[in-house]
Design a protein around this ligand. Structure first.
Ligand SMILES: [Zn+2]
Length: 451
């Protein structure tokens, strides 16, 4: 078996101009304080003629257009083919906005800066290759990930004008703050596993590590890499790794999960430090059991998939337009509540193409498969993919190579609730999740069959 080589890089992308616009919530926020640095963290793998890059960026989300532009530059600068590059967002909610979400705009200057830095990370990771061994480990941290969607007692779930959200009736609610007494049960069980793909040099020295955990984010007080950054620092220390060791924490299937224990202790205090350290502790506990493959097989497949976009009916669009006109709203700045926001989104969606092409990637490093999806993925999707995967270990990364909103399961649409409400944050057709899984199963099988 051919030897595997890897390069690694960590490039600082902390903004220098403050205050700066931050996305992740309904409205834009301006942060004027740096809590901790933001980074682009990247690996470039090389085996024979094959070169594959994996990068994770401390940002909420990046569009396919934004990422594709960076990939084109990377291909030019490093020779890594665009379809061999995986770029994902941690989905921290405490970084400058490079993607307009609901009522948030884009900081164009920062976006251009970030794009250049992603290319710089690719160049740096391509400069120094070391022979590596790879192995998979998993630790459990059930303390910091909970399903955040709940079936509510009849008539108590939060609802917005169904003509604007397209919801058939809201039975489920996300984050039932203060009305926990109305909860019947959560819609799923959370995935408590911290998965790690560890890379070390043949003499056994930790070289780099890819982590994956499925909680949404932990705090959003200042510009920060959130628990993802804390995890990376803690792993370097905990492994007593030499200078240059690069840990990456990727976002798993956090579309329906967060760190709030609504059913057990909703007032539980947590933050980036407590979550990051706890998740790292679980990974460090698992590390000694990792079996390293001295010559892991490297391969990757990228496929394009066309998905339908949910759009308002002609009548729903007329209602939304009339509602906004009646309230004198002609820009995002005028949006005051959720009815306004979803009426606005109905109009925005009506102007978008009715289908969209998305990129799906599957790669393998030894017996670990990595599935990269350009959506906010639910726990159930990750569970199904792992169940069907021919690989002993499968990691699912959300918000990779683009952002196409939440990808609820077909069943979730019948329960309604925020993550299913029709908006740019949730616009894919109800069968999207099923279509994506079907494609991924085939891709995983092909990668496994290559041996
Ligand atoms: Zn989010």
């Amino acid at each position: 078996m051919e030897k595997l080589y890897a390069g690694r890089a960590r490039i600082d992308v902390t903004p220098t101009k403050l205050p700066i616009m931050v996305n992740g919530q309904f409205e834009e926020r301006w942060f004027d304080e740096i809590g901790d640095p933001l980074s682009v963290r990247a690996f470039v793998f090389r085996q024979g003629d094959e070169k594959i890059m994996l990068a994770v960026v401390d940002t909420c989300m990046m569009s396919g257009t934004f990422i594709d532009a960076a990939k084109a530059k990377i291909q030019k600068a490093t020779g890594i083919s665009e379809d061999r590059i995986l770029i994902s967002a941690t989905h921290c909610h405490s970084a400058p906005s490079v993607e307009a979400i609901l009522g948030t705009g884009v900081d164009e200057e920062y976006a251009a800066f970030l794009s250049g830095k992603i290319v710089e990370a690719a160049q740096k990771a391509s400069e120094n290759f070391a022979e590596i061994e790879a192995g998979f480990g998993q630790g459990e941290d059930p303390k910091n990930v909970f399903c955040r969607r709940f079936i509510m007692k009849p008539g108590t779930a939060w609802t917005v004008n169904p003509e604007f959200t397209g919801s058939p009736g809201d039975i489920a609610q996300m984050n039932p703050f203060g009305i926990e007494k109305n909860v019947v049960c959560s819609t799923d069980v959370a995935d408590p596993w911290v998965r790690i793909l560890a890379l070390r040099t043949p003499d056994g020295v930790p070289y780099a590590l890819l982590g994956n955990y499925s909680t949404h984010y932990a705090e959003e007080k200042a510009i920060s890499a959130d628990y993802f950054g804390v995890f990376c620092d803690r792993m370097a220390k905990g492994l007593n790794a030499p200078e240059g060791f690069t840990a990456i924490m990727s976002n798993g299937t956090s579309g329906d999960c967060n760190s709030i224990d609504f059913l057990g202790n909703p007032k539980r205090e947590f933050g980036k430090i407590s979550v990051g350290e706890s998740v790292a502790e679980a990974a460090l506990k698992a590390y000694p059991q990792i079996e390293f493959d001295p010559a892991p097989r490297l391969a990757m497949i990228e496929e394009k998939l066309t998905l339908g976009i949910r759009q308002p009916t002609a009548d729903q669009l007329r209602q939304a337009e009339a509602y906004l006109a009646d309230r004198g709203i002609d820009s995002v700045k005028g949006l005051k509540d959720y009815n306004d926001a979803y009426a606005w989104e109905s109009v925005v969606l009506s102007k978008l193409p009715s289908t969209r092409e998305v990129k799906i990637q599957v790669l393998r490093v030894g017996d670990t498969a990595i599935v990269a999806l350009p959506m906010e993925v639910y726990t159930a999707t990750g569970r199904e993919i792992r169940f069907m995967s021919p690989f002993p270990h499968t990691i699912v990364i959300s918000l990779a190579n683009g952002c196409n909103g939440y990808m609820p399961t077909e069943e979730s649409f019948r329960l309604g609730g925020y993550t299913t409400w029709r908006a740019r944050t949730s616009c894919l057709e109800p069968l999207a999740e099923r279509k994506v899984r079907k494609l991924v199963y085939g891709m995983l099988d092909r990668l496994a069959a290559e041996g």
